[in-house]
Write a protein that binds this ligand. Structure first.
Ligand code: KG4
Ligand code: ZN
Length: 330
């Protein structure tokens, strides 16, 4: 079975072709224009998606070496994300499916991120404790069985990636800044000491860290950018690591998956690996290119849903927010 996947949840346009567990094409086009504004400009993102979807679909099929006739299923992200952006990819995918008579499946972007772990580790079976850490989300999701998700922790304010992006913007690193923060941090000699956030139990909080970094810069304007970047990483990732260890102990689940754009970061991976060695849990990372937004993960999640629940209705519309997982009451 061949699935064409489309993701336009935010500012990247992505089109993928996935065969039997094999990625045949996974194209991602990042719109550099947002960097000039220090954040995503929704209208510009929608316009770029509209221009890119058709040629990128043609190129994805060409890269995969197949024609559209050979596609069996069309999958697209329906949410959460920016409404305008979502509608571009979703409407395009529904149009393709409707015109060709092929089945269409709507995919939750967060479920897509979770499937990036299973795509990279096909033999991994639930239960898996997942840390989803991206520009819009920081949450702990217990995958109890296929399609059975329990959210056991989430951020009270900013997402981890959002905090890296906002401090990176102050430092003039453009948008998104996570990868630039990682590159700079490698050159640090004397990391800036920043406070570790400490909300309740399995909650996360990043707005205080962002303010602490801003205040530090105001008082110490000559701070080396590398030292600030490293200090920021240390505080941000210690917080993530601390919550993962707590969640493992609380849930008794010793398989931990990491996904979302921030999961690309090598410092975060090594901190979590060290914690895993100490606390006895095993870590599962996706391939780096599957951490940040991409359509291969949407194709794989879509296929899994389609095989179990059948196709989505063509009147399925986009959603900006939705309770993706059941919430833990304790
Ligand atoms: O998953 P993603 O591509 O989009 C969302 O669904 O939000 O994640 C984007 C986030 C941004 O905040 C970006 O700065 C961060 O992932 N990011 C990184 C790295 N690469 C991307 N953060 C830290 N280190 C990286 N290497
Ligand atoms: Zn994402």
């Amino acid at each position: 079975m061949i699935t064409l996947g489309i993701d336009t949840s935010c500012d990247d346009t992505s089109v993928a072709v996935v065969g039997e567990g094999q990625i045949l094409a996974n194209l991602v086009s990042s719109h550099l224009i947002h960097s000039e504004y220090g954040g995503v400009v929704p209208e510009l993102a929608s316009r770029a998606h509209t221009c890119l979807l058709y040629p990128m679909t043609e190129l994805a099929l060409k890269t995969a070496g197949i024609s559209f006739d050979e596609v069996d299923l069309v999958a697209a992200t329906a949410g959460p994300g920016l409404m305008g952006s979502l509608l571009c990819g979703l409407s395009f995918a529904k149009g393709l499916a409707c015109a060709s008579g092929k089945p269409f499946i709507a995919v939750n972007h967060l479920e897509g991120h979770i499937y990036s772990i299973f795509l990279s580790h096909p033999h991994l079976v639930p239960p898996v404790l997942v840390l989803l850490v991206s520009g819009g989300h920081t949450e702990l999701v217990l995958v109890r069985a296929e399609f059975e998700y329990l959210e056991i922790g989430a951020t009270l304010d900013d997402a981890c990636g959002e905090a890296l992006d906002k401090v990176g913007k102050l430092m003039g690193l453009g948008y998104p800044a996570g990868a630039a923060v990682e590159r700079l941090a490698k050159e640090a000699s004397n990391p800036v000491p920043l406070p570790r956030p400490n909300p309740r139990e399995l909650e996360f909080s990043y707005s205080g860290l962002k303010t602490a970094a801003r205040n530090y810069l105001a008082v110490h304007p000559d701070t080396s950018p590398a030292d600030l970047a490293r200090g920021l990483e240390e505080a941000a990732f210690d917080h993530l690591t601390d919550r993962v260890v707590r969640a493992v102990k609380k849930s008794g689940v010793y398989q931990v998956g990491l996904c979302g754009g921030v999961a690309r970061n090598k410092r975060l991976r090594s901190k979590l690996s060290a914690a895993g060695d100490e606390a006895g849990f095993k870590l599962y990372f996706p391939l780096p290119e599957l951490c940040t937004d991409n359509a291969a993960m949407i194709a794989v999640a879509g296929r899994a849903r389609y095989e179990t629940f059948g196709e989505s209705l063509l009147d399925t519309t986009a959603f900006d927010r939705v309770a993706f997982a059941q919430r833990s009451s304790s």
